[in-house]
Design a protein around this ligand. Structure first.
Ligand SMILES: [Zn+2]
Length: 252
């Protein structure tokens, strides 16, 4: 499957505000896209099974997962540790690469009187099969698809997605909007990016993310990447799509 991607240099050129609409020295007038997302939007949401391009264990910051792109069923991160390593409740696992930032974030949230707890973290392919079936039984297929990922398509299989809850509070999905109803949710919406975590499925972005609003679901991509995603104004799916390399030139 060809990906609709522009060569990186061209994207960089288009994304530079100083160059938008400018004429090159030889008089060539550049196109005038209004934003990066206008240049290279992700494809419309579809339900397919395409193995994602960055599926190595070291590629975690760039692994694009959505309703089309997926991980192999045998993808099991090699460095899973208990979330208790980050000073949070145990019973869940996360990749060791995220522990230092997760610990710092948990400490900062607690200091701001918005203590966090983990409601879900790593889920294996097999676990996700059951999770998705549970939602289909509860909601029917069409609503389940907006709420839960099919096995292989879940960011939880990366070991880097965490569903947070307020420590001592109800489950986050029991609130109409966890990000405004709890101190923990508010703090996370404002500060999680500073610790490398991005809210994957923000409000009002279903057409871009392919999922409903999940104010409790954060994915770790590292501090530099999280800052870049925030600065871009794009959803994580859109931003990751832009990081894909250009396809080879068509033959002929
Ligand atoms: Zn989640």
């Amino acid at each position: 499957m060809w990906r609709v991607a522009l060569p990186l240099a061209l994207v960089t050129l288009f994304c530079s505000p100083a160059l938008i609409g400018a004429a090159s020295p030889d008089g060539l007038v550049l196109a005038t896209p209004q934003s990066a997302s206008a240049v290279m939007p992700p494809p419309a949401c579809a339900y397919q099974d395409v193995t994602t391009m960055f599926a190595g264990y070291g590629d975690w910051a760039l692994t694009l997962l959505d309703t089309t792109e997926m991980l192999p069923s045998g993808y099991v991160p090699p460095d899973l540790v208990s979330t208790s390593k980050a000073g949070l409740n145990g019973g869940y696992q996360v990749r060791a690469v995220a522990v230092a930032d997760l610990a710092a974030m948990a400490k900062a949230a607690a200091a701001a009187h918005a203590p966090l707890a983990v409601a879900s973290a790593y889920r294996s392919f097999a676990t996700q099969v059951g999770t998705f079936k549970k939602w289909v039984r509860a909601l029917g297929m069409s609503k389940a698809l907006l709420t839960s990922a099919r096995a292989g398509h879940s960011e939880h299989q990366l070991g880097l997605a965490i569903d947070f809850e307020a420590k001592g509070g109800r489950l986050p999905w029991d609130y109409s909007n966890w990000a405004t109803a709890t101190a923990a949710g508010k703090w996370m919406a404002a500060h999680a990016w500073q610790y490398g975590f991005v809210m994957s499925y923000p409000a009002g972005k279903t057409a871009k993310t392919c999922y409903g609003f999940e104010p409790w679901h954060y994915r770790y991509v590292g501090r530099a990447e999280a800052a870049a995603v925030r600065a871009s104004g794009l959803t994580l799916r859109e931003w990751l799509w832009q990081q894909l390399p250009a396809p080879p030139e068509p033959a002929g």
